[in-house]
Design a protein around this ligand. Structure first.
Ligand code: PMP
Length: 516
C-alpha cells in the first residue's frame, strides 16, 4: 500500500481527501534547515526524483531552529551513544532538573520570579496542567478562607460577641455571628461550583477537552466540541471592558476583626469563581494578532481582582520566535504561569513546560500530576539545548524578521485590493488575504474562506517550491513562520512568490491559481 492510500484509509481519511483535492498530497522524505525534500511522483523504477521546498510552515511554529539542526542532532546522538534510559520513573531525572532550572532562570530574568516547572509532551498537555493547577489553587484558597472565617466565628462566640453588632464597615449594625454565618454560606456555595476559566476572543490553546474549551474554534462544527471546564470568553479587549468583565460574578462577604478594646469591626472581602485567565500574547492560530500591552495589563488587573492566576500561553510565540525569549517581554506585564512547547523540542522532541510561580505552586501537584512520558532525559536535554540556541539566534531572528516583514509589507502595498495586511513580529508573521468574489458561481464555491489559504498554498508549493498553510482558525491568513536559519536570498524569494500570487488574485486569473 502506498503512503498516500495508507494515510487515506488508516490515518486521516478526511485530510487525505482534502489534500488530494488541493494537490497538497505530497510526501516529504527529509528535512534540513529551512528546506524539506519532497518526493516527486514519476518513474516507477530507480530512486524517486526529489526537489527542495522552502518550509514556511515550520511545524506550525515548532521548528524555530529548522529541521534537524546539527547542534540538536548532536545532543540527540549523544543520548543514544550514552544509552541513557528513555524512562526512569521514581528516580532523580537530571535532564528534567536541568531544563526546569534553565526555564525558571530564563523567564525569571524578565519577571524576577522563580518557577516550579511541570514538564509534559504537547502544548495542550501544558494547558491542561495549568487548568488543573489553577483549579487546585482556587479550591485551596477558598478552603483556607473558610477555615479563617470558622476560626473567627469560634472566637466571637468564645468572647461573647456573637450577638454584638459590628461597629463599622459594610456589616455595621449587624450581629457578628450572623455576618460570619452568611460568609460561610457564600464560601460553601462557591466551593460547590466548578471554577471558571477565562480566555479571549479568537484564542487558541489546543484541542483536548479542557484546552479546546478555551480555544475559540469558530470553524469547528458544534458536535466536535466536547464539554470542558466552565468558561467565559472576552470579546472586548479594551482595558476598561477587560478589567470589569466579570464583576457581576464577584460575591461580597464581610470578615470581622476585633480591636484592642474588644469592639468588632467588619471589612469587605470579595470571592470569585474565576480560577485563571489565559492569553496568548500574540495570537497565532487566529491569524497572528498581537494582544496590546494595555490588554495584557488589564488581564493582570482582572486576574488580581478575582485572585485568579494569569496564564501566558507562549507555546507558539515564545522561545525567542519574536526576538525576545518571551513574546510578552516588552509589555512589562508578568504572568503567574507560563506555557511553552513547540520549538522547545527543537523540532526533534515532543515536550512542553508549565511554569508556575513558586509562590503559588501547590507542592502536592507534582506528585499527582504525572505522565509516563514526562521528564524524559532525551526530550529534556534537547530542550535545554534549544533554549540556549534561542539566545544564540536572537539577533538573527530580529533582523531576518524585520527584513521579511518589510518585504511582505511592500508586496501588500502593491496589491491593496488583495492583501489586507501583514501582521506579527520576528519570525511569527501572517499575511491576510481579501476573500475574492469571482463572477462565476462555481468559482465562488471553490474559492471560499476555508479554501483560499490552501489554494494559495498549492500555487506556492507547485510553482515556487515553498510551503505555507493558513492559520487554523483564520484560514484567509497565510502563516509565515520560517526558522532562524532563513537566508536573505530566501526573503527575496518569499516576497516574489507572494507578489506572484497577489498578482493572480488581483487580475482574477483563477485558472492559473488553480492549475498545478
Ligand atoms: N497553545 C497555542 C498558543 C498553540 O498555538 C497551540 C498549537 N497550535 C497549542 C496551545 C496546542 O499545542 P499542541 O498542538 O501541541 O497541543
Amino acid at each position: 500500500m502506498s503512503a498516500e492510500s495508507g494515510f487515506a484509509r488508516y490515518a486521516r481519511p478526511e485530510f487525505a481527501r482534502l489534500f488530494r483535492a488541493l494537490h497538497l498530497d505530497v510526501v516529504y522524505r527529509a528535512g534540513q534547515g529551512d528546506h524539506l525534500t519532497r518526493e516527486l511522483p514519476g518513474a516507477e523504477d530507480g530512486p524517486p526524483a526529489t526537489e527542495q521546498v522552502l518550509d514556511l510552515v515550520g511545524g506550525a511554529g515548532s521548528s524555530l531552529f529548522g529541521h534537524n539542526h546539527p547542534e540538536l542532532l548532536e545532543v540527540a546522538r549523544r543520548c543514544f551513544d550514552e544509552q541513557i534510559p528513555f524512562n526512569a520513573q521514581a528516580s532523580v531525572r537530571p535532564g528534567a532538573a536541568e531544563l526546569a532550572e534553565r526555564l525558571s532562570t530564563v523567564v525569571g530574568a524578565t519577571t524576577g520570579a522563580s518557577y516550579v516547572v511541570t514538564l509534559g509532551s504537547t502544548g495542550a498537555d501544558a494547558v491542561e496542567g495549568a487548568v488543573k493547577h489553577a483549579t487546585v489553587e482556587h479550591r485551596r484558597r477558598l478552603g483556607a478562607l473558610q477555615e479563617d472565617v470558622e476560626l473567627s466565628l469560634r472566637r466571637v462566640r468564645r468572647d461573647g460577641l456573637a450577638d454584638v453588632a459590628c461597629a463599622s464597615g459594610p456589616a455595621a449594625g449587624r450581629p457578628c455571628a450572623e455576618v460570619l454565618g452568611e460568609a460561610l454560606d457564600r464560601i460553601a456555595e462557591l466551593r460547590r461550583e466548578a471554577p471558571v476559566f477565562v480566555s479571549l476572543r479568537n484564542a487558541f490553546h489546543g484541542k483536548t477537552a479542557g484546552a479546546g474549551t478555551l480555544t475559540h474554534g469558530g470553524n469547528v462544527p458544534e458536535d466536535l466540541k466536547v464539554p470542558g471546564p466552565r468558561h467565559r470568553r472576552l470579546g472586548d479587549w479594551t482595558p476598561e471592558a477587560v478589567v470589569g468583565a466579570l464583576d457581576a460574578d464577584r460575591v461580597e462577604i464581610s470578615t470581622i476583626t476585633v480591636d484592642a478594646a474588644g469592639v468588632p469591626h467588619s471589612a469587605a472581602r470579595h470571592l470569585s469563581p474565576v480560577a485563571a485567565c489565559f492569553v496568548e500574547p500574540i495570537q497565532g492560530e487566529s491569524g497572528v494578532h498581537e494582544v496590546p500591552a494595555e490588554t495584557l495589563a488589564a488581564l493582570r488587573e482582572l486576574a488580581d481582582r478575582h485572585e485568579a492566576a494569569l496564564v501566558f500561553d507562549e507555546i507558539q510565540c515564545g522561545m525567542g520566535r519574536t526576538g525576545t525569549f518571551l513574546a510578552s517581554e516588552g509589555s512589562g506585564v508578568a504572568a503567574d504561569y507560563y506555557l511553552f512547547s513547540k520549538s522547545l523540542g527543537g523540532g526533534l522532541a515532543k515536550v512542553s513546560a508549565l511554569l508556575v510561580d513558586e509562590k503559588r505552586y501547590v507542592p502536592e501537584f507534582g506528585r499527582h500530576h504525572t505522565s509516563t512520558f514526562a521528564d524524559d532525559d532525551f526530550s529534556s536535554r534537547i530542550a535545554t539545548a534549544a533554549v540556549d540556541l534561542s539566545f544564540a539566534y536572537r539577533d538573527r531572528i530580529t533582523e531576518t524578521g524585520r527584513l521579511l516583514r518589510e518585504r511582505l509589507t511592500e508586496v501588500a502595498a502593491r496589491w491593496p485590493d488583495v492583501i489586507v495586511e501583514v501582521r506579527g513580529r520576528g519570525l511569527l508573521l501572517g499575511v491576510e488575504f481579501v476573500l475574492p468574489r469571482p463572477e462565476s458561481g462555481l468559482l465562488r464555491e471553490a474559492i471560499d474562506s476555508e479554501s483560499l489559504g490552501y489554494l494559495i498554498a498549492g500555487r506556492l508549493l507547485h510553482t515556487h517550491r515553498m510551503r505555507v498553510i493558513p492559520t487554523l482558525s483564520a484560514p484567509t491568513t497565510v502563516r509565515v513562520q520560517p526558522s532562524a536559519l532563513l537566508e536573505p536570498a530566501d526573503v527575496d524569494r518569499i516576497a516574489a512568490a507572494f507578489d506572484d500570487v497577489a498578482g493572480l488574485l488581483s487580475r482574477g486569473d483563477y485558472a492559473t491559481l488553480l492549475a498545478h
